[in-house]
Design a binder for this molecule. Sequence first.
Ligand SMILES: [Zn+2]
Length: 512
Amino acid sequence: MTVLALCTAAAFAVAAPAAPQKPDSTYLPTLGDTARGDLSPVVERKLGEEIMRDIRRDRDYLDDEPILEYLNNFGNALVSAAPGARGETNSDFYFFAVRDAALNAFALPGGFIGAHSGLIIAAQTESELAGVMSHEIGHVSQRHIARMLGQQKQDVLLPLASMILAALAAKASSDAAMGVLMGGQGLAIQRQLNFSRDAEREADRVGFQIMGAGGYDTTGMVAFFRRLQSASKLYGELPVGLSSLSSHPLTQERIVDMQARIRELPRKQRVDSLDFHLVRARVRVLQDPSEQGRREARTAFETQLKDAHRQQQAGAQYGLAYLALKQGDLAGAQGWLDKARATMKPREGVFTTTSNVGDGASMFAGLALEIKMASGQPPAVLQQAVAEAEQARQRFPLSRAIAHQYAEVLIASGKLDDAARFLRDQAQQYREEPKLHDMLAKTYAKQGKIALQHMALAESYVLAGALPAAVDQLNLARKASDVSFYDQSVIDARERELQARQKAEKEEEKER
Ligand SMILES: [Zn+2]
């Protein structure tokens, strides 16, 4: 799953026949052929969701709203920029980050793309990050994973999911993780987890078109490749996948390929978004929560402060603010945040518009709220947070991170009716966010509304794909002492619906 060189997919046992190469001149040509015996898109998505359920529960999943918001805005903008990037199956994409210092990114079945924290920190420009992400998008759009897996029956999906997870764990880190992985089989599986050379080249080529269409500097891809190469020379102890990079002739070959493509294109200059620098700082703080990790983050920020670029300075100041918050130094956090904002303050005579996407404004507002919401703040500060959250909500209506924070502030300040109203309304608009139902359940719990609490939790489980757990919650709701006649009928109807869905899924399995 190493970036560009050994991206993960899963293939063991069933290898799809080699795909024919098509000429480069075709725009995002499709090598995958759904009729040819690939994993079906529906099954592929289910497999991806199965894996994601486990990843989301993993403590190394970076469940951090600003990071997730940035990655998904960034990744989906890339996907939308190039016609055909969604591939013939018109995939939906979801981008996320995991805590791991190795320079890696990987594509999972079904359009889920993960980036290691180490990779996000190592990317020096947004174009470099775009290069890696576009390459992974390329694997998805060309259906490389589906082709590797071939036709699998539904009943192998669970073992398949756990094997991919085990391989991810093994690749990500140490020998310790390797031990967990089914003894000697581990290595054998790992070898089969890599895409073929042709697939890698195709992902390079398609990724290149995607990042170009997205307006990024295509030399970023080569720059990052180079960084990977030198990283693998500098450190002997790099992750399993990377260590083979230096001995891999593919890399040099692919760099040459890419340089040839770059020469054909006009060079694009691009100014990075401030959000990119702020997110990197956040990732750096979250990557290693140990004492030593925090010290290293501080040193890195202090070095970065000396950088001549304003964005780099503001990123370092934001990072120091977030670090101080994590260490309970609230005054220090506020001080550094103020400095970061001052650094980016529009200078006189410089034309600026208010709050552009990516200009850091929503992330600054979000961190200010985090600081005010931290434990140890006096009640007056919480009241200030309510006013600030309302302003932020109006100023950044599209930010999911701010919307969630707004709800948290309402709950924390005891405005429970407002919170419930807001969250119910949000859940209607954003039907795929389990978190809204979790917060709604928390609100109802605080209000002592037991039946509604369990009904909200049921919806959260439905969205997480855990139907039996959802039905359990409905039963708890039915038994609650405060269940109303109206709730009863809602619960009954919902239960019938979920049972029908479960039944349909079981029959689907039999048919396959
Ligand atoms: Zn790859």
